[in-house]
Design a protein around this ligand. Structure first.
Ligand code: 5AD
Ligand code: SF4
Length: 554
């Protein structure tokens, strides 16, 4: 493992204390958790622990968790029971299970009680204690102090090593943690604590290391990156300018921005810096000013829309995505229609939509959760359906256009195809064998051309006898031969182009089917309990272990 921690801040020397103990980590929730999981892996590896491929071969299982919605928490608790049961069925010994992340922070020692109690509870700012806690558990069976570590520290910034990264050449870098806003529905300010910045020097050092390790793209992460402010001197726009100077780095993305902090000068910087991707994930949450006020979002719908218009003016080819909550306390049909209006007006590329879920202790918990579940479900379905309709119209407009993208890896469901992402975060599946007809076409042209030139030079000005089985078949001028040969060449080339078009259309219709199936899956995910043994996750967020993508905060 690259020893770059030392450049950022001194850490204890690597040791073999973990003695090859195998750890398996499952990640739930947002990309902050994806990043934290990498950081935890790095910390453990440094102490001689190794990573397990699955929970069957693990000595320790860690669940890196999310508290944003209630369902996600329930699923984690049942996952603990599920892991224990599956191991028992496989005749494996009892395994140490730990809960990390937001749930650990929110529930702390509570997680050590009940039928599905866990052995370890480690909050978001205590990951550096994890190796020591695991060792204590092994050697002395651990006291309470060695089993629960929670609480916030402003200095606890972690670094995820570039190795074993889930997305090949695209890396995440957390630039700050926590959140100073108090949106009334949100648990994050309580689980992740107040906003605290990683220093620009540390951020630059970390990105340089990722680039040295082959990374081309970085996503600057935080609950509210647009509010980044290093000691009142360097804001997010200035940070982007600094990061853009890193040689070898091709693309910079960021997640998530709070609309209130998306200042015109930040958008100017995004538009002016070639490396910064023209994609803004700006959660609107609701389209009605009355609900926005109740959510304490600190902007009005008109201000949000004005910001979108400004972004469109100064950021070429900008695309938008957003988060939406339906069924917030007191949301009337009229309020909900206002949300749909915003969706129609902005035309997002992607929407992450959620049913409101009451979280204990947050200000909205004092309001009656008065929108019935059936209504929430129906509104959610309406948001999804509207978005599908808008996106399919937008997708049609893209047909025939050419985009530059970075290949992210092989496509999940089609052999020979590649996943490609454009700067404005549009994902395409590209036929890896696409070039074959063109090569064939080129060869045909070349053969024809060589043949024709030879024929022409050898027979210039002559009449050509075309014999067939010794009999004269045709007597034509050499010029006609040239014309006919070219006609054949063109016909062959058009035939190949038609074949290519046919293949393209077949691929598109295959993709449409895959997407429709995916949408159904996403809808099921939002409304149904988690199915077992299914990897990946839907757009709605935090229900299942992640494979890489998730929504952010703000
Ligand atoms: N209920 C439903 N959705 C929520 N989110 C945050 N808190 C809640 C909640 N209590 C959503 C918001 C946020 C995203 C990360 O999760 O849309 O932007
Ligand atoms: Fe902070 Fe975002 Fe939660 Fe609001 S929704 S409190 S901005 S993390």
């Amino acid at each position: 493992m690259a020893d770059f921690h030392s450049e950022l801040k001194p850490l204890p020397a690597p040791s073999e204390r973990g003695d090859g103990c195998k750890v398996y980590i499952e990640t739930y929730g947002c990309q902050m958790n994806v990043y934290d999981t990498q950081a935890i892996g790095g910390l453990l590896e440094r102490d001689g622990f190794v990573s397990a491929r699955d929970f069957f071969e693990a000595d320790v299982v860690l669940l890196n968790t999310c508290s944003v919605r209630e369902l996600a928490e329930h699923k984690i608790i049942s996952r603990v029971g599920e892991i224990r049961r599956q191991r028992r069925n496989a005749d494996l010994p009892a395994v140490t299970i730990g809960i990390c992340g937001c749930m650990a922070e929110r529930l702390g020692p509570e997680l050590r009680k009940g039928a599905n109690r866990v052995d370890l509870v480690v909050g978001v700012d205590s990951y550096d204690k994890l190796p020591g806690m695991l060792l204590e558990l092994e050697t002395r069976n651990g006291t309470r102090r060695h089993r629960v570590a929670t609480g916030h520290r402003s200095d606890a910034h972690y670094v995820a090593p570039p190795e074993s990264y889930p997305v090949n050449n695209s890396h995440l870098v957390t630039i700050h943690k926590g959140c100073d806003y108090k949106c009334t529905y949100c648990i994050v300010p309580y689980t992740r604590g107040p906003q605290s910045e990683k220093s620009p020097d540390d951020i630059m050092a970390e990105i340089r290391m990722l680039v040295d390790a082959g990374g081309e793209e970085v996503t600057l992460l935080g609950q509210n990156v647009t509010a980044y402010n290093w000691r009142g001197g360097l804001d997010f726009a200035a940070l982007l300018e600094q990061v853009a100077t890193i040689e070898g780095l091709r693309r910079i993305r960021f997640l998530t921005g709070h609309p209130r902090d998306m200042h015109p000068h930040t958008m100017d910087a995004i538009g002016a810096l070639e490396k910064v991707c023209p994609w803004l994930h700006l959660p609107i949450q609701a389209g009605s000013n009355r609900i926005l006020k109740r959510m304490k979002r600190l902007y009005k719908r008109e201000e949000y829309l004005q910001m979108v218009r400004y972004a469109r003016r100064v950021i070429p080819d900008v695309t938008f995505s957003t988060d939406i909550i339906v069924g917030f306390p007191g949301e009337t049909e009229e309020d909900f229609q206002a949300t749909l209006e915003v969706i129609r007006e902005v035309k997002y590329d992607q929407i992450f939509s959620f049913k409101y879920s009451e979280r204990p202790g947050v200000p909205a918990a004092k309001l009656a959760d008065d929108v019935p579940l059936e209504v929430k479900k129906r509104r959610l379905a309406e948001v999804i359906a509207l978005q599908e309709e808008i996106w399919s119209g937008m997708a049609r407009e893209l047909v025939g256009k050419t985009f530059r993208g970075i290949v992210e890896g092989p496509a999940r469901h089609q052999d020979g195809f590649w996943r490609v992402r454009t700067a404005n975060n549009r994902k395409f599946v590209v036929d890896g064998s696409d070039h074959a007809p063109w090569i064939l076409r080129g060869i045909i042209f070349l053969v024809l051309l060589v043949g024709l030139v030879y024929f022409f030079v050898a027979n210039a000005g002559q009449v050509v006898d075309i014999n067939f089985f010794g009999k004269q078949f045709l007597e034509v001028s050499i010029y006609w031969v040239v014309v006919v040969c070219f006609a054949i060449g063109f016909a062959a080339s058009f035939l190949l182009a038609a074949m290519r078009e046919f293949r393209f259309r077949r691929t598109i219709s295959g993709l449409k089917k895959t997407l429709a199936a995916k949408d159904r899956e996403i809808h099921d995910l939002r409304t149904m309990p988690l199915r077992k043994d299914e990897p990946g996750r839907g757009k709605s967020g935090d229900d299942k272990p992640l494979e890489g993508k998730a929504e952010g905060g703000a």
